[in-house]
Design a protein around this ligand. Structure first.
Ligand code: KG4
Ligand code: ZN
Length: 349
């Protein structure tokens, strides 16, 4: 089937994302976030996220359908994230998707959230300069958000995606959020750190680059670790405070940001070089980071790698990327999912 009309549902973390695509054309992308409700806890609270999805999901579907200018009954299929992510949050999306599939009599496709992020690069959004782009194979994808940090080798979106490495502890966005807290900055910490780091010296303090020592690179060449970095920042700040000195927040933020960005891009470029893949795709909310974008542009251009960054509304968690992946599965002739599938918080790619 050519250019199917697909409704995508994404509820793996704190965004209730509903997207509608026709093939690779984006028709609507509605996002309701429960971020504000998590702010006082300094991180996403799973049950709060699940309850928010339950409240938002039907209004979001209605809004996405209206924005796309279609009738719900017109859709050819439903695609839904069934992992990885927060179990309770996933269950709300999966439950809603199944109910919709049964009531409308439409096929349903359960898809992987990380692969969905890669699918975002297929979408031709008339309102963005990503306009006439389309995903090329093979590509290395670096996905960095508050919930995941992963390097993928994508040979084919619907049939050949390999996880090269991932974080062994905190996600990169989580590290930003935790370090922001240490510095007394509000949640979510990523944008705050980015803001104060702009006037800091990234070379002021040399913070550790996790898993980049030669001995770690042998076993964890493409894996990430940010908990040691977070602890190093906290210790450094405490030592200053104990000595009664002011904490140079801008320098700490800039030095921390530099450490995260350096290790992310060192490993991403290493993967491109090792696998002889001249393309790097970025995804996830941390891609908003100004320094990450700068260093990514510098290093990929120096290494002759084509850098691809979808518009931010498609980098953060959203339903359109899930719909886009569903459309690819249909066009590749994949059978729909059996209605008995569950939600799997650790679903492999
Ligand atoms: O993809 P996303 O919107 O959703 C979840 O992971 O739920 O990513 C949110 C994460 C948060 O940890 C936030 O602090 C981080 O992305 N983030 C940033 C920036 N903007 C958002 N991290 C670093 N620099 C930024 N400018
Ligand atoms: Zn995500």
């Amino acid at each position: 089937r050519v250019n199917p009309l697909v409704l995508g549902i994404e509820t793996s973390c704190d965004e209730t994302g509903i997207g509608i695509v026709r093939g690779t054309t984006l028709l609507s992308n509605t996002i309701a976030s429960s971020m504000d409700q998590h702010a006082r806890y300094g991180g996403v609270v799973p049950e709060v996220a699940a309850r928010a999805h339950l409240e938002e999901i039907i209004p979001s579907i209605e809004a996405a359908v209206a924005e796309a200018g279609i009738r719900l009954d017109d859709i050819d299929a439903i695609a839904v994230t069934n992992g990885p992510g927060l179990a309770g949050a996933l269950m709300v999306g999966v439950g809603a998707a199944k109910a919709l599939a049964v009531s409308l009599g439409k096929p349903i496709y359960a898809v992987n959230h990380l692969v969905g992020h890669v699918g975002a690069d297929l979408l031709q959004n008339p309102e963005s300069d990503a306009g006439a782009t389309s995903l090329e194979y093979p590509t290395i994808a670096l996905l960095v958000s508050g919930g995941h940090t992963a390097l993928l080798l994508v040979r084919d979106l619907v049939s050949d995606v390999e996880l090269l490495g991932e974080t062994i502890d905190d996600a990169a966005g989580e590290a930003f959020d935790k370090v922001a807290r240490v510095l007394g900055l509000p949640y979510p910490g990523g944008p705050q750190i980015d803001r104060v780091a702009a006037v800091g010296n990234p070379k002021a303090i040399r913070f550790p680059r996790g898993l980049s020592l030669p001995k770690d690179m042998a076993k964890h060449r493409y894996d990430f670790s940010f908990s040691g970095l977070k602890t190093a920042v906290a210790r450094w700040v405490e030592a200053r405070q104990d000595a009664g000195d002011d904490v140079p927040i801008a320098d700490v933020a800039a030095s921390f940001r530099e450490a995260v960005v350096d290790v992310l891009l060192t490993k991403a470029v290493a993967a491109c070089t090792d696998y002889d893949v001249p393309r790097l795709l970025l995804g996830g909310g941390v891609i908003a980071n100004a320094r990450l974008r700068e260093v990514a542009a510098e290093r990929t251009s120096a290494a002759g790698i084509d850098l691809r960054i979808p518009p931010l509304s498609l980098c953060t968690d959203n339903g359109a990327m899930i719909a886009a992946l569903g459309a690819q599965l249909i066009m590749a002739g994949h059978a729909p999912s059996n209605l008995e599938f569950g939600a799997d918080s650790t679903l492999p790619v």
